[in-house]
Write a protein that binds this ligand. Structure first.
Ligand SMILES: [Zn+2]
Length: 493
């Protein structure tokens, strides 16, 4: 027997997003199981109900406006006076859409003194402690929801790394259901057509036109565009590779496109991109050089004179609107850079002074960050105390805070709190980044010596990387003086 005056209740089974996700995975009917559990709760507490009092919500939306059954409960059944309570899995099932929703639900429960019955507890709105808990749970529900989303994401992540689909698939030719893949033969045919057309060097827009004229639709029922075709022919899933956050895993479905067809297509795609791969700016000459006069990049060009080739560095300032004309011979620049690298080996003090300089600026930065974290933590604790005070104010009998004002202040404060937490996290990350260890001087010197000994055997790209790691910026003035910004490499192959 219950001590409460509850004659008739609404049973409100409702799937949460997690339930929907679980249904997809396991196929079990969450709504039926929940209804049974809620009915048992009533039986256990000797609360009457009829079949008509069971009002299940089919969807899993979070806002009231997207839950027609609950909307009716809130607007019709609760005010009708025919019911004294609502039976739910937990208070948060009533709503976790937003603060306005929470306020609406809370107001209705208080105004009609409506009981909330969960398997663990009956909440009585006329009881101050219960009232307080209802309010806290309705408002906290939103926070919880964010946490759950995070957990769901972790779960998907783990699954995706095993080659299942992490999210809903929009890959033409494949369907993913409960994480498992199935092949759709008629879509596979389209995919193969696309690859075959591309292998014949038909352009992306032309392929899209062909499919559109055949009345073929994309996975979403839309038109094909050049970009859609590009995505299809570059989707490695078709050769059985599943990419998740930039890492490749073997997919849990057989490949759809034969490897020789894939290779043929990709030999064809490359020439379209050649200008991006080797633009004149992205040259493989040795030095990333800047003009000391105007700050523009100076690019190296190969020039031919009679039977010999030589490199000339040319200021690109003209292209950026300055009048600078600045040409320097490459061989002299390359020689000076190599000399400068050798100086480091002859005089390790250069490196030591760079390290002590960077240590000094690092420790100043770390101190600055520590102070910023401290400031934010102080503010955070003030805001949290404010929330508690806000609550106490709301409870006061003499001058009660209006619910709208309470809700508004609560949500505003929560926003500030969340922002502060994010900022603290970012600052902490920044501090960790600063603690990256520089290589030991011995190690750096040994490797540099090795590189200089084999200088002529190194390819241009490696020379460029090595130079850049010691000299992040090199400039040359009109009279030929070179300026080197120096640095200690954080890692050396
Ligand atoms: Zn210049």
């Amino acid at each position: 027997m219950t001590n409460f005056d509850i004659q008739r209740v609404i049973i409100y089974p409702r799937k949460s997003r997690e339930d929907v996700e679980r249904e997809k995975e396991t196929g079990e009917d969450c709504l039926a199981a929940m209804t049974e559990m809620l009915c048992n709760t009533c039986k256990k507490r000797s609360i009457q109900y009829t079949e008509n009092d069971i009002m299940p919500e089919i969807g899993s939306a979070d806002t009231i406006d997207d839950r027609p059954v609950f909307k009716e409960i809130l607007e019709t059944y609760i005010p009708s006076g025919s019911y004294q309570g609502i039976v739910v899995r937990e208070i948060s099932r009533l709503g976790r859409g937003n603060f306005t929703d929470a306020g609406r639900i809370y107001d209705a429960l208080i105004a009609y003194n409506f009981y909330v019955i969960t398997p663990h507890k009956i909440y009585d709105p006329s009881n101050l402690a219960d009232k307080r808990q209802i309010r806290m749970e309705l408002f906290i529900a939103r926070e919880e929801y964010e946490n759950i989303k995070e957990r769901l994401w972790e779960y998907r992540d783990a699954k995706a790394k095993k080659g299942f689909s992490g999210c809903r698939s929009n890959t033409l030719g494949l369907n993913s259901n409960r994480g498992k893949w199935s092949i759709i033969p008629e879509e596979v045919k389209i995919v193969l057509d696309v690859f075959q057309m591309r292998a014949k060097n038909i352009s992306f827009p032309e392929i899209a036109d062909v499919l559109n004229s055949r009345g073929v639709k994309t996975k979403y029922g839309g038109k094909f565009y050049a970009g859609t075709i590009y995505k299809i022919v570059t989707n490695k899933r078709y050769i059985g590779i599943h990419t998740w956050k930039g890492v490749e895993y073997p997919a849990k479905h057989p490949p759809i496109v034969p490897m020789d067809l894939w290779n043929k297509v990709h030999q064809e795609i490359q020439p379209q991109n050649t200008h991006a791969i080797s633009s004149p700016r992205d040259n493989d000459y040795l030095v990333e050089l800047y003009c000391h006069e105007c700050g523009s990049r100076m690019y190296g060009w190969k020039q031919k004179r009679k039977n010999s080739e030589y490199i000339i560095y040319d200021c690109s300032g003209r292209r950026n609107g300055s009048e600078c004309t600045h040409l320097k011979p490459g061989n002299k620049i390359h020689k000076t850079v190599l000399e400068e690298l050798k100086k480091i080996i002859l005089n390790p003090k250069i490196l030591m002074s760079i390290i002590s300089e960077s240590d000094k600026s690092k420790s100043t930065n770390l101190m600055r960050i520590a102070q910023q974290i401290k400031d934010r933590e102080k503010l955070l604790s003030q805001k949290e105390k404010f929330l508690l005070r806000l609550d106490a104010d709301y409870e006061r009998e003499d001058s009660p805070l209006l619910p709208e004002i309470y809700n508004r202040r609560y949500s505003e404060t929560m926003t500030v709190i969340n922002n502060l937490k994010n900022e603290i996290l970012k600052l902490k990350r920044e501090a960790t980044g600063l603690n990256v260890k520089v290589e030991s001087i011995d190690f750096v010197l040994k490797n540099l010596q090795l590189a200089i000994d084999n200088w002529d055997k190194l390819n241009n790209k490696r020379k460029k990387v090595l130079i850049k790691s010691f000299f992040p910026r090199i400039e040359i003035s009109r009279n030929g003086t070179m300026y080197f910004d120096k640095n200690v490499p954080t890692s050396l192959e």
